[in-house]
Design a protein around this ligand. Structure first.
Ligand code: SAH
Length: 352
């Protein structure tokens, strides 16, 4: 499943990696800074556009490296709230999906971390055909760079909540976080990054060790081990109590309040008992709960919890002292749940 790039992926390189490359080319070290600026500040699409580099170096780069650039193949803009969904083609022909959202506190982009996903959550469209490959750090960065260029507006928040499981692509995720927060690059504050995971427990401990100030969002979706197992295969590997322990550790190590995502499915996880169990499960944890009325996908038989029932569920959690929000539905007019746009595009292309 690992991506095997045929050439050097310089847009995923740290400045130190680029310095080593310049030395191997027999170039002075200061060229690394220039190249880094072209890659992450000016964000050019061709080595030949890097006009302050000598022609001989540009030639070497063209021969030895691949400049990862995403090609937008479809852009859908919501007439309701300005949300934009993008389909990007990768260098090997794979298609991924990203979303731009406008909020009061700034512009946010939701990016994918893998082509497809192998976690198998029952309600999710991204995982129906498994995982094709991991995305490189450069492919994660490029989703943000291309969207910023297309919108002409600064992006202030990045959520890694699109297709894929970011902690299943850990090394590239770390590279991505280090690059997007680099002062000489995009210079995003770590506080404005959210990483969403289905709960790969050992990787959560590893991420906590990194000490980033980012927000970790955990997809919980159930309040007991039995119910969680029925929705999320990852629960077979890591018990719900192990998961909660890892969340406590994450908070203790980073001081960052956790977010729990809870997709409400009618008659499955939205009852009185579910709310009570959830309150008991999260007791003593400094956490924010994000309720998401499940987005029905045509391949599965899940129904959204009705609005009134969502409010009742929310009210119960709030009465126990929890901080709760209901996920606002964005871009309702431009295709539903995550991964659905990509699927419908691939299906259409197959027909043609
Ligand atoms: N793999 C990561 C991030 C991708 S999914 C994770 O599991 O967290 C982002 C969020 O959307 C997760 O909470 C996921 O469970 C949820 N999700 C996926 N499909 C959904 C659907 N059809 N309706 C509601 N939420 C969904």
């Amino acid at each position: 499943m690992n991506e095997t790039l045929d050439m050097k992926d310089v847009r995923s390189y740290s400045i130190e990696n680029i310095e080593e490359l310049m030395i191997s080319y027999g170039e002075p070290k200061f060229r690394a800074k220039q190249l880094f600026a072209w890659l992450h500040e000016k964000r050019v699409e061709n080595f030949s556009d890097m006009t302050n580099l000598p022609a001989s170096l540009r030639k070497k780069l063209i021969e030895d490296c691949r400049l990862i650039t995403l090609k937008p193949v479809k852009v859908l803009e919501s007439a309701i709230d300005g949300t934009c969904k993008y389909l990007f083609e990768l260098y090997d022909g794979n298609i991924i999906e990203s979303v731009f959202m406008r909020y009061k506190h700034g512009n946010s982009v939701c990016i994918s971390s893998q082509v497809g996903c192998r976690m198998g959550c029952k309600f999710c469209a991204s995982t129906l055909d498994g995982c094709v490959r991991n995305l490189t750090a450069s492919e994660m960065l490029e989703q943000i760079y291309r969207i910023e260029a297309h919108k002409g507006e600064r992006i202030s928040n990045v959520v890694i909540m699109g297709s894929g499981e970011p902690l299943d692509n850990f090394d590239n995720l770390i590279r991505f976080i280090d690059l997007i927060t680099d002062e000489k690059g995009f210079n995003l504050s770590g506080r404005n990054i959210t990483v969403s995971t289905c709960g790969i427990v050992p990787k959560m401990y590893e991420l906590a060790e990194k000490g980033y100030p980012l927000t970790l969002a955990v997809s919980l979706h159930a309040s007991t081990q039995e119910k969680r197992k029925a929705l999320m295969p990852i629960a077979n590997k890591y018990d719900i109590h192990e998961l909660i322990k890892a969340c406590k550790d994450y908070f203790e190590k980073t001081g960052r309040r956790m977010t729990f995502e809870y997709s409400l499915v009618e008659g499955v996880n939205d009852g009185d008992e579910d709310a009570r169990e959830l309150i008991a499960l999260l007791k003593g944890l400094n956490a924010h709960i994000n309720l998401i009325p499940v987005n029905p996908i045509k391949e599965r038989n899940f129904t959204q919890t009705k609005k009134e029932a969502v409010l009742i569920f929310k009210d119960k959690l709030e009465k126990s002292g929890k901080n709760v929000t209901i996920r606002r539905e964005m871009g309702r007019d431009i295709n539903g749940a995550c991964g659905q746009l990509r699927r419908s595009y691939i299906d259409e292309s197959k027909k043609e």
